[in-house]
Write a protein that binds this ligand. Structure first.
Ligand code: BG6
Length: 475
């Protein structure tokens, strides 16, 4: 990999502490960073290099996947970091930064490859990108790239305007939109799993699959993020981005591999019919792992009159040669019974004539987290003469699974955009979601309560029951 400079805006923030520095450190431990590599950590707080390195060392001790106790490696990594106080609105700040970056690049013999990572509030994305361009910080002979994190806009119009602004500052090929779900190893593995197993490839289509279920459930509530979350809700926070990216990754196949084509093939749902296809929920008080927890409106920082969703389930249909007629059920929510992200292909009823109330099920579950595993639910005649489920289970060693940010930062440093969200996909996702957002705002879709610790609103069960299906739950 080419020597480069990593310029991190928002270096004193939560994401930097929990994810970005630990990911860089793990790459450092594995020898995956270039030998000549400089990190410029930028923030408003008055740290100096020494104090900031201590702060990073503490974060690594808490949040790194490995090497938490390796003081020598931590010190070695921290020595690559320089801290600079930066006022993101002040053009002079960028000129000073440019000089500091140039000085360090000369010292280390770096060719001017710069990766700018904006881990800041979304209103700063456009202004910072423009300052980078106008100050000349982004106009060097080497390769420059811009990495940003969601939210990419609040709706279709604001997302387009953000992309226009960024496009004035950086060539579109050099803008890397992170969707950290695309960095999860099992998500990256999906297509290889299908392509390298003809037995799967042969059956994952509308001849054999009755429905596909994509779940991302969390046990956490709104945590300390009410200021952001209460304006966003589950539809913007998880559905428009992570869930629709999971849909694209799941549904693409050898004939239609381009994710844009997949999202473009999803039949639109109009505002007026949204209530027939979408279920919206908000958690009420309940219990998580034996502990009583408050309802969403009673969470600190949440407006007691809030009308925000913490759960969304949707039924989508694709106009696609192999998936036509197969419903895709997608759901995500907070304060549910378990932390689990998984994709389940439910096969058509193997025993149409089976009379039991509990239908015989044959399905393939690809489990993305917390553990990476694959479950294949088969059936066998038991000794009692009844058909009984026989699960086949395969799991990978959790210790060795890299974090999404490690894979994504490595790719960004290499200039490999494969597992980033591309603007066309983001725009098409917003386009699909926009009428639903409006239906939510105009309260056309009812907001159902569900107790914390449950599997979500009962209305989400009805969404499947209408077509004779049920969610595949664990346990
Ligand atoms: C983030 C959302 O993008 O993803 C959070 O803003 C959510 O609300 C998080 O908790 C979930 O990520 P993961 O990797 O824990 O499934």
């Amino acid at each position: 990999m080419q020597a480069s400079a990593f310029v991190l805006f928002g270096a004193t923030g939560d994401l930097a502490k929990r994810k970005i520095f630990p990911a860089l450190y793990n790459l450092h431990l594995e020898g995956k960073l270039p030998e000549r590599f400089a990190v410029f950590a930028l923030g408003r707080k008055p740290f100096n290099d020494e104090l900031f390195r201590v702060h990073v060392a503490e974060s690594l001790g808490r949040f790194s996947r490995k090497g938490k106790e390796n003081a020598a490696a931590i010190a070695d990594f921290a020595a690559r970091i320089q801290y600079h106080v930066l006022d993101a609105r002040d053009p002079e700040s960028y000129i000073r930064l440019k000089h500091a970056v140039e000085k360090r690049e000369t010292e280390l013999g770096l060719p001017g490859n710069r990766l700018f990572y904006l881990s800041v509030a979304p209103e700063h994305f456009g202004p910072i990108a423009m300052h980078i361009r106008e100050s000349g910080l982004g106009n060097e002979d080497g390769r420059t790239r811009l990495v940003i994190e969601k939210p990419f806009g609040h709706d279709l119009a604001s997302a387009r305007s953000l992309n226009d602004t960024l496009g004035r500052a950086f060539p579109s090929d050099d803008i890397y939109y992170i969707d950290h779900y695309l960095g999860k190893p099992m998500v990256q593995n999906l297509q290889a799993l299908i392509a390298s197993n003809p037995v799967l490839k042969a059956v994952l289509n509308n001849h054999y699959v009755a429905n596909v279920q994509i779940t991302a459930s969390e046990t956490v509530g709104v945590e300390a993020r009410a200021g952001y979350y209460d304006q966003a809700g589950a539809l913007r926070d998880m559905f428009q981005n992570h869930m629709l990216q999971l849909l694209m990754m799941t549904a693409r196949h050898s004939e239609v591999y381009d994710k844009r084509k997949i999202i473009d093939s999803v039949y639109p749902v109009n505002k007026d019919e949204a209530a027939n296809h979408i279920v919206r929920g908000r958690y009420a008080a309940g219990e998580i792992e034996g502990n009583a927890v408050p309802g969403y409106r009673d969470e600190p920082g949440v407006d007691p009159q809030s009308n925000t969703d913490t759960y969304v389930a949707a039924r989508l249909q694709l106009d696609d040669p192999i998936w036509r007629g197969v419903p895709f059920y997608i759901r995500t929510g907070k304060r549910l019974s378990e932390k689990s992200t998984r994709i389940v292909f439910v096969f058509k009823n193997p025993l149409e004539s089976h009379s039991s109330e509990d239908p015989v099920r044959n399905y393939l579950s690809i489990n993305i987290q917390p553990n990476q595993s694959v479950d294949f639910q088969l059936n066998l005649h038991g000794l009692n003469g009844e058909i009984q489920p026989v699960p086949l289970h395969f799991a990978t060693d959790a210790e060795e699974v890299p974090e999404a940010y490690e894979l994504l930062l490595f790719d960004a440093l290499h200039g490999d955009p494969t597992f980033f969200a591309h603007w066309d996909e983001i725009e098409l996702s917003w386009k699909w979601v926009q009428p639903i957002l409006e239906a939510f705002e105009e309260r056309i879709v009812p907001l159902h309560a569900y107790p914390a610790g449950s599997n979500g609103p009962l209305a989400a069960d009805r969404l499947l029951a209408e077509q004779g299906f049920a969610w595949v739950e664990h346990g």
